[in-house]
Design a protein around this ligand. Structure first.
Ligand code: SAM
Length: 450
């Protein structure tokens, strides 16, 4: 049977989409190749959030086609995901050797289309149409022998975004918010847990908006909190995480869930984007500095050990030195455990791309370096405070960088490395922290199997 290699750019949702497509192809008899060099079919799952991600995928595809057509004449090439959705046929006009362009609502058609291409029934396929019910098609998981041992699982609970932040391309590439039914999600989570998964991350573009349009509030609880409660019931599941949320989703019902539901991991990722009210308004974020700080205060009151991380954009059009200082001061006040910093990247068709006062690259670079320095300094202080402490971790597997070490994660989302063995995989252990690396803790196991 033909072999397929899928390379993924971007977020955890893209990783999950790739896994679902890979599982679909395996179910159709395809095998998974280890690299593009030995695959009959190569698919790039793309990201459009920033220009760099698009450029990397385009560069990779042209390099592969250059090599592939010479080294492996009958090889097929495809794009899927956000860039496939936003650029469609334009990708084939630009790279005529590309055979398939699969939009974000068409992943479940991958096997059918690749079969058609290989059999010669069709030549070029571009499908970026909307499809009702496509949110429920990202459900297959890879249960190969190695996947069976997987401790963490990811479940896509919804697709799309209705927030329309002025910088963001996602509503145009993923469409309107569409949520899967609770029972369908719980069933998928249950299957993962039966296969050995101990921690589940619920995924969505704005995951906290889950079910907003079809599931009414119950006893003051949003559909998202109702879903967390339903997943919480699953026996054998130890932890629940979710990404990526929006601060507007952190109502009192969700804040209170951290104190009430022991399986809900003590971690909140709260994308801030900017500390300036003026910029937040231009971004169409729907909260201000005061509201953001209030959420943080409530979360820390409900769950004192909570880890708080964020996304911040540097250099939004018109960002003044004073606006940027507001971001620095908010970071000092909140003391994030870590934050992903993004240099503003103009995306076509977004309102911010045509706003006046686009900042020069050099200024964005300079501010990015200053903010990174602050985030690293605060992070180092926070991580240092763990030395000599006993922390409880769920062991996920071997360390990516050193296979002699095992890697686990605290509930508050700190990575802990320790000298362990394969038998620790999937165990909950108490570990004494002995030293600290860059956003990493090193520990000495004090094994307490629960
Ligand atoms: N739920 C998240 C939120 O509340 O905004 C959105 C997740 S988004 C897919 C991931 C991150 O990419 C955003 O939080 C933002 O910081 C960054 N991002 C999105 N568009 C961007 C752009 N045009 N330039 C730079 N960074 C961007």
């Amino acid at each position: 049977m033909p072999s397929v290699y899928i390379k993924t750019y971007g977020c955890q949702m893209n990783e999950r989409d790739s896994e679902a497509v890979a599982a679909q192809l395996v179910a159709h008899g395809y095998t998974l190749a280890k690299s593009e060099h030995v695959a009959d079919v190569v698919i790039l799952n793309t990201c459009s959030v920033r220009d760099n991600a698009e450029k990397s995928a385009l560069g990779k595809m042209s390099a592969m086609i250059g090599l592939g057509r010479k080294a492996r004449p009958g090889q097929f090439f495809g794009f899927m995901g956000c860039m496939a959705q936003s650029r469609g046929k334009e990708l084939i006009d630009r790279l005529p050797d590309v055979d398939l362009v699969l939009g974000t609502q068409k992943f479940h058609r991958a096997a059918e289309y690749i079969d058609d291409l290989i059999a010669g029934r069709r030549n070029k396929i571009v499908d970026t149409d909307a499809e009702t019910g496509s949110e429920s098609t990202i459900r297959e998981h890879l249960f190969s022998d190695s996947r069976k041992a997987s401790v963490t699982g990811f479940v896509s609970i919804m697709q799309g975004c209705n927030q329309y932040c002025t910088f963001c391309i996602v509503p145009y590439t993923r469409g309107e918010e569409r949520s899967r039914p609770v029972l369908e999600i719980v069933d998928e989570c249950q299957q993962l847990v039966s296969g050995g998964v101990r921690e589940i991350t619920l995924l969505g573009q704005i995951v906290t908006s889950y079910g907003k349009h079809d599931i009414p509030k119950l006893n003051g609880k949003t559909a998202f909190v109702q879903l967390i409660e339903a997943v919480h019931e699953i026996e054998g599941l130890n932890r629940i995480r979710f990404t990526s949320p929006h601060p507007k989703g952190y109502g009192d019902d969700l804040v209170e869930a951290y104190a009430r539901l022991p399986k809900l991991a003590a971690h909140a990722h709260l994308p801030l984007q900017s500390g300036s009210d003026r910029v937040l308004k231009l971004m169409h974020r729907g909260y201000d500095r005061k509201r953001y700080l209030e959420i943080i205060r409530k979360l820390r009151a409900a769950c004192p050990d909570i880890g708080i991380t964020s996304d911040i954009i540097v250099g939004f059009p018109g960002e003044t030195e004073e606006d940027f200082e507001q971001t620095l001061s908010l970071c000092r006040e909140v003391e994030f455990d870590n934050a992903f910093l993004f240099k503003y990247s103009a995306r076509r068709d977004t309102p911010a791309a045509s706003m006046p006062d686009q900042l020069p690259e050099s200024l964005i670079e300079e501010r990015h370096a200053r903010l990174l320095g602050l985030i690293n300094e605060i992070g180092a202080r926070k991580y240092d405070a763990f030395v000599q402490q006993l922390v409880r971790i769920l062991v996920e597997g071997t360390s990516k960088k050193n296979s002699a070490r095992m890697m686990g994660r605290t509930s508050c989302n700190k990575i802990v490395l320790f000298d362990g063995a394969e038998r620790h995989r999937g165990q909950i252990m108490d570990v004494r922290i002995t030293r600290v690396g860059s956003f990493t803790l090193y520990g000495d196991p004090a094994i307490v199997n629960l």
